[in-house]
Design a binder for this molecule. Structure first.
Ligand code: GLY
Length: 361
């Protein structure tokens, strides 16, 4: 029997199912849709289609499947248009449903397609990467990137169910596994000191027997935050805390054109930058910064940029970030390892100093 976590959001509540293999559960979901006369389709990417082709056929039979190119570049308005055209060409009506099978890019793109097609159809998340299992398949934020910045077009649209089958991680490349660990470390820094201590003592690797329980723990942290602040409206804390490291990360991704760093790699540098900013603002000491960097590097993740970027461009990208309010970027900072806070009005000079510390010239 799968382990089940409930996300309580009134009429948008849903279950997250956890097990090594959830073939029976996904098939039962698909059969229930079909039995109710509801058509469904699948969105995935070319990597998953190749590595998990047999599993996809086993799960969904001959259901219409739309395959997008792998990588962050697919989180685009153009790919969204193609996904919507696919749903229309398959004739899905408002009772239709979508399964998003893949990593964060597929989940965010398919989720936004589901949110906007016919003003909203149901969708189900079947994450296949560590990053999507611990973070992006849960929470209902869907969207695509614009030339002006990351995730600048999107919608809140909660999945109807999330199926976390850890067996998919067996074919995940090591670089992708490491990228997912960045969000695990983030979750620990935001809300679970004991988890952080454990990761620091003994880095988590693919195949580690702690992996399933760690994924469950991260989903639990995220679910509780979302239940309290589903649409990121809280003035203090709330859902925005989950963006620890992401203001820096999104700037890095945007300035490098979304190709150079995986999202998790940019988040890893962003976590180190957030720790350094917290130190500069007197919230934590140098030993805590060193501990964050050790946790990041011991999971095969970068603590610094691989080559210098133009600070002016990074600052401009931050100014366009969604979290900016009244012209003042807001940063998630560390009050301690395991406790985060949101702050605005951070002087540009201080942010620039942090960019230099993480590798800008
Ligand atoms: N779908 C990701 C989130 O809501 O945070």
């Amino acid at each position: 029997m799968p382990d089940i976590l409930h996300v309580s959001l009134g009429d948008r509540s849903y279950e997250i199912l956890f097990a090594e293999d959830l073939t029976a559960e996904v098939r039962a979901q698909a059969a229930a849709l079909a039995g109710g006369g509801r058509r469904f389709a699948v969105v995935t990417d070319a990597n998953v289609a190749k590595a998990q082709g047999a599993a996809l056929r086993n799960l969904f039979g001959g259901a219409p499947t739309h395959v997008v190119p792998p990588g962050e570049e697919s989180k685009s308005v153009a790919e969204l248009g193609r996904a919507l055209d696919f749903l229309a060409s398959e004739g899905l009506d408002r009772s239709g449903a979508l399964f998003a099978v893949g990593g964060g890019v597929v989940g965010d793109l398919a989720g936004f397609a589901a949110a906007s097609y016919l003003r909203g159809i149901d969708y189900y998340q079947v994450p296949t990467t560590l990053l999507s299992m611990v973070d992006s398949s849960v929470g209902g934020k869907t969207g695509v990137n614009l030339a002006a910045g990351k995730n600048l077009a999107g919608a809140f649209h909660q999945p109807r169910r999330v199926f976390i089958a850890t067996g998919f991680l067996g074919t995940l490349p090591p670089r992708e596994f490491a990228a997912g660990m960045a969000e695990v470390i983030k979750s620990a820094l935001v809300g679970d000191r004991a988890l952080f201590d454990g990761l620091e003592r003994s880095p988590l690797s693919a195949g580690d027997r702690r992996l399933a329980s760690t994924i469950r723990l991260c989903c639990g942290i995220k679910a509780r935050v979302i239940e309290a602040d589903e649409r990121e409206r809280a003035e203090e804390g709330g859902r925005a805390l989950l963006n620890l490291g992401h203001t820096f990360a999104h700037a890095i991704e945007q300035v490098t054109g979304y190709g150079a760093y995986l999202h998790g790699e940019a988040v890893a540098i962003g976590l180190c930058a957030a720790a350094r900013l917290s130190r500069r603002l007197g919230m934590i000491g140098e030993p805590s910064v060193a501990r964050v960097e050790r946790a990041v590097s011991s999971h095969a993740l970068p603590t610094k940029l691989s080559r210098p970027l133009a600070i002016g461009e990074l600052i401009a990208a931050i100014a366009r970030d969604k979290k900016t309010r009244a012209g003042s970027p807001r940063f998630v900072l560390l009050r301690s390892l395991g406790e985060a806070v949101v702050r605005g009005h951070v002087p540009d000079k201080t942010v620039e100093a942090v960019w230099r510390e993480v590798g800008c010239a």
